[in-house]
Design a protein around this ligand. Structure first.
Ligand SMILES: Cc1ncc(C[n+]2csc(CCOP(=O)(O)OP(=O)(O)O)c2C)c(N)n1
Ligand SMILES: [Mg+2]
Length: 361
């Protein structure tokens, strides 16, 4: 099936910019977007090494998907809600979640807001309106649509943005959520990061449609395809969808084209199912390189700035992990909290047994 139009793009891969589409962000804002992308990459690289060293158990890398995360999160108000998949740490950092929090969660220590009860990389932070990932693929979509529906009923002016992957669009939850969002015209941005793979399943096997964004038409609202390696295009497209949702115009499906450069997770070896040539092709479209060239061409950035920033970002990630590594584990009795207001006799018994085991009686 033929595409209807080219994906929305503002910065071309060679860094040149469509001046008629440039949102003309202030210098500080542009540099902030770049810093957040570099920080996200540094946390990724550090985390994969930490996992290989056995210091954390599991990590979901998002290398190559930084523009998609940062550009979209930047288009929201702090009071808007993000319902995440599991590959959006950059969106959480942009909102103000400290990097330490990601590592507290990866370690399941006493400062982990989720008390060690979620898989690593499934962090969240209520203080920045960032809902933890829901591991079964696509289940976050109806949850997000429900939250957006609540906003519509309460008239609180909040927009919800939900992240999901190309693979999630084959789940019933995607279609349920899309249908409900369309019928009730809820204030939501359905943000599909089409990174071309769902673990080992390529996009060509995911759908017989030519694209994902055209599916919105069947549900009665706008779908739009965006170059996901162009941070300004992602920002502008998301910002327009958010503005539309806020003024009562209902949902938008954004299909944001990007690529999962790394493995699905640290438990995966993509060499077993995809060609390195494809990865190399996408590496040439690196979102960070593209934005750096744009900033250089504007005279806002140079090689020395970049070296300094990359070193700082790497140090930031490592220091954040050191803090988490040196934080004690939660007390054993926390295992039994948050289930019943009054613990049942068998939980009390197990609590006593667990304390005995670790010598806390
Ligand atoms: C219902 C369900 N089926 C299978 C899995 C295993 N699984 C985890 S992630 C994933 C692929 C999801 O791909 P996609 O939606 O494209 O997101 P991406 O990982 O590429 O960001 C699968 C099959 C799961 N977590 N839940
Ligand atoms: Mg995918």
């Amino acid at each position: 099936m033929k595409e209807f139009e080219e994906p929305f793009q503002i910065i071309a891969p060679d860094g040149t910019c469509r001046s008629d589409l440039d949102p003309n962000l202030e210098e500080d804002a542009l540099l902030n977007l770049y810093r957040m992308m570099v920080l996200t990459r540094a946390v990724d690289t550090t985390s994969v090494i930490l996992q290989r060293q056995g210091k954390i158990g599991f990590y979901v890398p998002s290398t190559g998907e930084e523009a998609a995360q940062i550009g979209s999160a930047y288009a929201l108000e702090p009071s808007d809600l993000i319902v995440a998949a599991y590959r959006e740490p950059g969106a959480a950092f942009l909102r103000g979640m400290p990097v330490e929090r990601l590592y507290h969660q990866a370690c399941g220590n006493a400062k982990d807001l989720l008390k060690g009860r979620q898989m690593p990389s499934h962090f969240g932070d209520g203080s920045v309106n960032f809902v933890p990932a829901s591991s079964p693929v696509g289940t976050q979509i109806p949850i997000a649509v429900g939250a957006a529906w609540a906003s519509k009923m309460k008239k609180d002016g909040r927009v919800t943005l939900v992240y999901f992957g190309d693979g999630a669009t084959s789940q019933g939850d995607f279609h349920t959520g899309m249908n409900f969002a369309g019928v009730y015209r809820v204030p939501i941005v359905l943000f599909c990061k089409n990174n071309q793979w769902a673990i080992s399943c390529p996009f060509s096997k995911q759908t017989a449609s030519g694209s994902i964004h055209i599916k919105a038409m069947a549900y009665g609202f706008e779908g739009r395809q965006v170059d996901g390696n162009d941070v300004l295009a992602v920002y502008v497209a998301t910002q327009q969808a958010v503005a539309k949702a806020r003024r009562g115009g209902g949902p938008t499906l954004l299909e944001v084209l990007t690529y999962r450069i790394g493995p699905h997770s640290t438990s995966d070896d993509p060499r077993r199912y995809r060609d390195q040539a494809e990865v190399d092709l996408w590496k040439q479209k690196d979102p960070i390189d593209r934005f750096r060239i744009y900033l250089e061409q504007k005279g806002l950035w140079c090689k020395e700035d970049d070296e300094r920033l990359c070193a700082e970002a790497e140090a930031h990630a490592k220091e954040a992990f050191d803090v988490a590594e040196n934080t004690p584990m939660p007390p054993v009795e926390s295992l039994f909290e948050d289930v019943y207001e009054t613990p049942t006799w068998n939980l009390k018994e197990q609590d006593e047994f667990a304390r005995l085991k670790v010598g806390q009686t």
